[in-house]
Design a protein around this ligand. Sequence first.
Ligand code: FES
Ligand code: FES
Length: 157
Amino acid sequence: MKHSIQLTVNGTPQKVEVESRLLLVHLLRENLRLTGTHIGCDTSHCGACTVLLDGEPVKSCTLLAVQAEGAQITTVEGLEKDNHLHPVQEGFWEKHGLQCGYCTPGMMLTGCALLARNKSPTEGEIREAISGNLCRCTGYVNIVKAIQYAAEKLRAQ
Ligand code: FES
Ligand code: FES
């Protein structure tokens, strides 16, 4: 059975027909071709699929697309504005916060959500915020530095 849903993705209103069982991550990747949102597991553990739903980080593999009816979704493709990287993106670049990059979109969105509610997070608060996002490459040290860089940059704006 198909449902017609409306949602806003990266500021663009979308009206789509989806099956009841379609996951939000598949709507984003397959229907809308926003492949920056990754799938890294089938157990809801890795966080590679993290997007913002009305500003809150959610694992898009654990939500049905129909549950996003009326929501504002932000994916990694929506972070850059007017050809300028978001401070979190800049932080990952400047502090070498990635290696393979598979976890990076989810890490960035989790970082954005943290900084939206806490402009001066401690290292412990950053580590707690990203505890639902797994990285197999970096050891997390430079990811924490990237988010600290972004926090400083956002405070200066
Ligand atoms: S793909 Fe791993 S938590 Fe969603
Ligand atoms: S950079 Fe490879 S999984 Fe995080």
